[in-house]
Design a protein around this ligand. Structure first.
Ligand SMILES: Nc1nc2c(c(CN[C@H]3C=C[C@H](O)[C@@H]3O)cn2[C@@H]2O[C@H](COP(=O)(O)O)[C@@H](O)[C@H]2O)c(=O)[nH]1
Length: 306
């Protein structure tokens, strides 16, 4: 994703609140010299998988809803994945395109077995409708058709998803520049690659083009590792759990600098240790470290993008 890499690098060069500490970065790479931590996709055992097109439909619905869990302190990503998996095991047609266009908030809650309103519930429902409607209109109702039309290119898949589904157009304006972050579109490609182990629906000749997925967990991990440094105002706001507005300089910098830092980490691993590693692999390792650390303080932004 050249536009994600280039625009994130531009933010990192012009950043006011977040900086990348090169000695912190080198230290982390140093610890990885011996062995690069490798985390298995679905190490948690929470995902639906049947090696076929229904898995693709599951992953697309999952990533359409893969954002903003923190406003409910008891809710997390695992609930979404497990809930959707259960729903599909109980009813194989639960994610048929025509069903997706009709879900209501209470039905979505019931599907996920969640006892109260979901964060940004109306947006979640709207995005499900958008997915169902556009899959039906352009892809015979099937996310697998969308993937098949990408000729084993993750870059094409991200382009196609963002072209057809406005809810996946994760971008911001920053100091007069358009910045592309594309977290959920890229993670969809990565989830396919991980779930299908690089084969079939998960075969992409250019998986190395995907960047890390700028969410709220990985920036916090990078900060804890000493790779990212925050201005004192930003550090205090995160510490106090104050909301950081979507599209503010602080928010864009947190996300874009994380992308840039992981790209630098990958480059350094290659230069210093001769080890070729994918940003997707670094991302999963960093994310798994973050979600296993309950005291991690992350930034709080209400957003449909991550
Ligand atoms: N960068 C990055 N962010 C990721 C994921 C994943 C899950 N990936 C699946 C793929 C393989 C694994 O086996 C996982 O099952 C979720 N998130 C983000 O985290 C946040 C949720 O946090 P919490 O509220 O604590 O549950 C939220 O923004 C969510 O969008 C990832 O891989 N990378």
């Amino acid at each position: 994703m050249e536009e994600v890499r280039e625009t994130s690098a531009w933010v990192a060069r012009n950043s006011s609140h977040v900086t990348i500490d090169s000695s912190g970065l080198e230290k982390v790479v140093e610890t990885m010299k011996e062995s690069i931590p490798k985390v298995e996709w679905d190490y948690e055992g929470i995902h639906y998988f049947d090696n076929g097109p229904l898995t693709v439909q599951y992953l697309f619905v999952l990533d359409a809803l893969n954002f903003c869990f923190w406003p409910d302190k008891d809710l997390n990503y695992d609930h979404l994945a497990k809930g959707l998996k259960e729903a599909l095991l109980n009813d194989h047609s639960a994610f048929d395109a025509d069903r997706l266009t009709n879900y209501t908030g209470p039905q979505l809650r019931e599907l996920l077995k969640w006892p109260r309103s979901l964060p940004l519930e109306e947006e979640r429902v709207r995005l499900l409708h958008e997915v169902g409607f556009e899959l039906e209109r352009s892809f015979e109702g099937k996310a697998s058709k969308l993937v098949e039309s990408c000729g084993k290119s993750a870059v094409k898949l991200v382009a196609l998803v963002t072209r057809h589904f406005p809810g996946f157009r994760d971008h911001s304006m920053y100091k007069g520049h358009q910045v592309f972050l594309y977290k959920r579109a890229q993670i969809f490609a990565a989830d396919l690659w991980g779930a299908f182990k690089g084969q079939g629906y998960g075969e992409f000749n250019d998986i190395g083009s995907i960047t890390m997925f700028a969410d709220y967990i990985v920036p916090a991990v990078l900060q804890q590792l000493g790779v990212l440094k925050y201005s004192s105002t930003l550090a205090n706001a995160i510490q106090a759990s104050s909301e950081i507005g979507a599209g503010t300089e602080e928010e864009v910098e947190l996300r874009a600098c994380s992308i840039f830092a992981v790209e630098k980490m990958r480059e350094l691993l290659s230069i210093k240790c001769g080890k070729q590693v994918l940003s997707v692999e670094l991302d999963l390792w960093l994310w798994s470290v973050g979600v296993q650390c309950p005291s991690l303080q992350h930034h709080r932004t209400l957003s449909i993008y991550y």
